[in-house]
Design a protein around this ligand. Sequence first.
Ligand code: NAP
Length: 242
Amino acid sequence: MKCALVTGGSRGIGKAICIELSTHGYFILINYRSNEKEALDTLEQVRARGADGEIIAFDVADRHQITEVLGGWIEKNQDKEIEVLVNNAGIKDDGLMMWMKDEQWDQVLGTSLNGFFFVTRLVLNNMLLRRYGRIINVVSLSGIKGMAGQVNYSAAKAGVIGSTKALAQEVGRRGITVNAVAPGFIKTDMTEEMNEKELQAHIPVRRFGTADEVAHTVAFLASPRSGYITGEVISVNGGLYT
Ligand code: NAP
């Protein structure tokens, strides 16, 4: 059975990606950290579209949990092949660098950058053996241009962009593509406290994006027909570059 693993699939962009990929024939493995209720809601929406899936709780910042929980799932489910991996789980914890605490740095990098490394390394092995895979990393405009107050978040996302390009070169000949999607401002819990009215003046399309619009781009890269696109970063930001 063809399977897609989406980290942070309980809410926001990850939820939309799970729902979108479920319409492309995948069994959806919905990862979350703590919000089981929302993860189950994602599963319900996947099933409502005639597909199936499973929820799986592990903290992507915790390498031991990844080995134990995801590694255990892979061993137990040899009939299911993870063909698509979407590294979406991410957090922000903003503040000026002057006052940024060690934990703010560690947690934000731990989730996005270490999370990418440990989850992908585990899933990659079978993709290499099967000579097929699609890895899509959800990064951010902050990782491309840098954003004041987000030295930790910008570093984490820029790190994932570099890793995307490097890994793409390592695994291209094995039929595996590695790409990144870089959203601008998207309406989710993460941007709930931002003032859209004020910020939209700086966005050429004059609005925040939707999680659906990001999910559509992820599904495009996940398609078997996108096999000649790799090491790429696609922005989904309404034209916001400066
Ligand atoms: P969100 O609404 O806050 O949802 C975050 C998701 O990530 C939740 O499902 C959460 O699980 C999960 N998560 C967080 N830390 C985790 C961990 N350590 N292990 C496993 N799962 C974890 O965020 P979002 O806006 O959808 O963002 C999704 C991705 O897009 C992130 O990588 C973010 O950096 C990126 N992004 C977002 C925007 C934006 O404007 N929203 C812009 C650029 C990039 P629980 O429900 O269990 O907490």
